[in-house]
Design a protein around this ligand. Structure first.
Ligand code: NAD
Length: 519
C-alpha cells in the first residue's frame, strides 16, 4: 500500500464505519505527513471502476494557517541558502523522480485514469522542468553596470518573493505541481501547494521525494480542499504570489481575488484548440497526429486538439479520420495497449455526453458515436469512446464550451483565410496547429494567428522548459507565463543597488540638493 496512505484501526466495514476503513490522504506540513482533523472529506474514486481509493480532507482553517506559517518560517533561512545548495538539492530531486517514475505513473493511473504510458509522459514533462531548474546558476543572474557615475556602480539582482502558492488541476497530477514548486524553490521562495482534490496522490509522492532529497522542512507545505482552501490562499496576507492552472471559472475568481489582495497572479485556464488541415499536407501523418492529439488522455488535456478545420479538399479525408479513430482501444489505464482510459468522474462523463447530444440536436452529424461504450469488466467506469461530430458550426454549444472529453469536432472552411478568421474569433488562445507542406501557408498562419502556442505539423506544441508555456487571450491571465525565463521572472522581483565607494580624500564638502543626474 502507498506509504502516504494509512488504514485506520476501526475494523467494521459497513455503514458509517465503512468510510473509516478507507485510506486517507495526508497533508504535508513542516516536513511531515500529517493526518487532518477535518470534519469534511472528499471521496476519491478510481475512474476506471469507481471504487473508493482514498478520502481527501477539506483542511481546517487552523491547519491551513499552520502550513503558511511553516512556509514563512522556512523562507527566512531558505532564502539565505546559496544558489549552489539549491541547485544540488534540485539535482537530487531529479534523480529521485527518475528512480520513482513507475510508482508515480501508477498512482496517476489509479487516481486520474490515464494510461500508464501517458502517465509516464505526465511525470516526464514535469521532470524536464526540474532539469531546467538545475541551471538556476545562470537563470537567476542579474545585471550590473560599473561606473555609472564617478566611483558609483549599479547592480540589479533577482531576489525571491517569499511565500508563494500553487493551485493545480486534475488532468496532470505530476506535471503541473512540477511546473510550480521546483522553480519557486530554486529561486529562493517557499510554496504552499493545493493539489486537485480529485487526484492529489502524485503530488504527495513528490513531497516524499522532496523530503528524501534533503530539502529543509517547511519549504513546501501541502494542504487539501476545494473552494474554501483556494479562497484562503487568495486572502492570506503572507502569500505573495499565486500560480494557478485549471478551469476558467476558478481562474477568473483566483485572478480577481488574489490581485485584489495585492498578490502577483498567473492563471493558465481553459482552451479550444483548432487543427487546420490543408489538402497539401502529408495525409497519413496528419491523420495520425490529429487522432492522437484529439483522443489522447481521453481528450482531457488543455492542449488537446479537439477541433479540426478541414480546408478545401481536405474535407474528403473524413472517412479515413473516422476509420483511424475507430481503431483506438479504450480501457483501464493499467491495461497494456489501451490508447485511452476513462474520464475523471461520472459527472465529467455526463457533461461530455450532454454536449454531444446538444451538438446533434443543433444539427451536427455524429459520424462516430462512443457514447454507449461499455468496457468489459469495468462496467462502472467513466468510459466514453472516441466520438466525432461533423457539420459543427461556431454557434453550437459543443463548439462554444470546452468539452474536455474524447470528442473531435470537425468544421469546414473554403480557404486558409477563413480558417484563420474562425480561430481568431474564438475567445481562447491556448494552442493551435496547421498541417501543410507549404512553407508560405505555414508562415502566413503563424504570422496571422492570434494564439499563444502554434504548431506547424506538430499537433500539441507544448514548449519545453527552456521556453515558457505561452497560452494567450482567454486561456491566460497575468503577465508572466509558466516556467522558462518568464517563470523565473514570475517567482522573483528585481532589487537594484547603487553604490558609491569613494576614498576619504575625495569627499565633497557641499550637500547637493538638486536631483542627482549622475553625469
Ligand atoms: P478546476 O478549475 O475545476 O480545478 C483546478 C483547481 O481549482 C483545483 O485545485 C480546484 O480545487 C480549484 N477549484 C475548482 N473550482 C473552483 C472554484 N469555483 N473556485 C475556486 N477554486 C476552484 O479545473 P480541473 O477540472 O481540475 O482542470 C481542467 C481545466 O484545467 C480545463 O479547463 C483545462 O483546460 C484547464 N487546464 C489548463 C491548462 C493550461 O495550461 N492552460 C493546463 C491544464 C488544465
Amino acid at each position: 500500500m502507498n506509504r502516504l496512505l494509512s488504514l485506520s484501526k476501526v475494523p467494521v466495514l459497513t455503514g458509517f464505519w465503512r468510510h473509516y476503513s478507507v485510506p486517507t490522504t495526508k497533508m504535508f506540513i513542516d516536513g511531515e505527513f500529517v493526518e487532518s482533523k477535518a470534519k469534511s472529506w472528499i471521496e476519491l474514486h478510481n475512474p476506471a471502476n469507481n471504487e473508493l481509493v482514498t478520502r481527501v480532507p477539506k483542511c481546517t482553517e487552523a491547519e491551513m494557517n499552520s502550513a503558511v506559517d511553516s512556509c514563512q518560517t522556512a523562507f527566512e533561512s531558505w532564502r539565505k541558502t546559496t544558489v549552489l545548495t539549491r541547485q544540488s538539492l534540485m539535482f537530487e530531486l531529479q534523480r529521485l523522480i527518475k528512480r520513482d517514475m513507475k510508482k508515480l505513473a501508477e498512482n496517476i493511473t489509479l487516481e486520474q485514469g490515464k494510461t500508464l504510458a501517458d502517465a509516464h509522459g505526465d511525470v516526464m514533462r514535469g521532470l524536464q522542468v526540474v532539469e531546467h531548474c538545475c541551471s538556476i546558476t545562470s537563470l537567476q543572474l542579474g545585471e550590473t553596470m560599473p561606473g555609472i557615475a564617478k566611483d558609483m556602480d549599479t547592480h540589479t539582482y533577482r531576489v525571491p518573493l517569499g511565500v508563494t502558492a500553487g493551485i493545480t488541476p486534475f488532468n496532470f497530477p505530476a506535471m503541473i505541481p512540477l511546473w510550480m514548486f521546483p522553480l519557486s524553490l530554486v529561486c529562493g521562495n517557499t510554496m504552499l501547494l493545493k493539489p486537485s482534490e480529485r487526484d492529489p496522490g502524485a503530488c504527495m509522492l513528490l513531497m516524499g521525494l522532496l523530503q528524501e532529497a534533503g530539502f529543509p522542512k517547511g519549504v513546501v507545505n501541502v494542504i487539501h480542499g476545494a473552494q474554501e482552501a483556494v479562497t484562503f490562499i487568495c486572502d492570506n496576507p503572507q502569500i505573495r504570489a499565486i500560480s494557478f492552472v485549471g478551469s476558467d471559472r476558478a481562474g477568473q475568481y483566483i485572478y480577481e481575488r488574489g490581485s485584489k489582495s495585492g498578490k502577483r497572479v498567473q492563471c493558465n485556464m481553459g482552451a479550444k484548440n483548432h487543427g487546420v488541415i490543408l489538402p497539401d499536407a502529408n495525409k497519413a501523418q496528419t491523420i495520425q497526429s490529429l487522432i492522437g492529439a484529439a483522443f489522447g488522455a481521453a481528450g482531457q488535456r488543455c492542449m488537446a486538439l479537439s477541433t479540426a478545420i478541414l480546408v478545401g479538399e481536405a474535407r474528403n479525408w473524413l472517412p479515413e479520420i473516422v476509420a483511424r479513430a475507430k481503431e483506438l482501444r479504450v480501457g483501464p489505464g493499467t491495461e497494456p495497449g489501451a490508447d485511452l482510459g476513462p474520464v475523471i468522474s461520472p459527472e465529467a462523463k455526463a457533461r461530455t455526453l450532454s454536449l454531444v447530444e446538444s451538438g446533434i440536436s443543433e444539427g451536427a452529424d455524429c459520424v462516430l458515436d462512443g457514447r454507449g461504450l461499455v468496457v468489459k469488466g469495468y462496467e462502472k467506469g467513466n468510459f466514453v469512446g472516441p466520438t466525432i461530430l461533423t457539420k459543427v458550426t461556431p454557434s453550437m454549444e459543443c463548439y462554444r464550451e470546452e468539452i474536455f472529453g474524447p470528442v473531435l469536432l470537425c468544421l469546414e472552411a473554403d480557404t486558409l483565410e477563413d480558417a484563420i478568421q474562425l480561430i481568431n474569433s474564438n475567445p481562447y488562445g491556448n494552442g493551435t496547429a496547421i498541417f501543410t507542406n507549404s512553407g508560405a501557408a505555414a508562415r502566413k498562419f503563424t504570422e496571422e494567428i492570434d494564439v499563444g502556442q502554434v504548431g506547424v505539423n506538430v499537433p500539441i506544441p507544448v514548449p519545453l522548459p527552456m521556453f515558457s508555456f505561452t497560452g494567450s487571450r482567454g486561456s491566460f491571465r497575468g503577465d508572466q507565463n509558466f516556467y522558462g525565463k518568464h517563470g523565473v521572472h514570475f517567482y522573483t522581483q528585481l532589487k537594484t543597488v547603487t553604490q558609491l565607494w569613494r576614498s576619504e580624500d575625495a569627499v565633497t564638502s557641499a550637500s547637493a540638493t538638486a536631483m542627482p543626474v549622475m553625469r
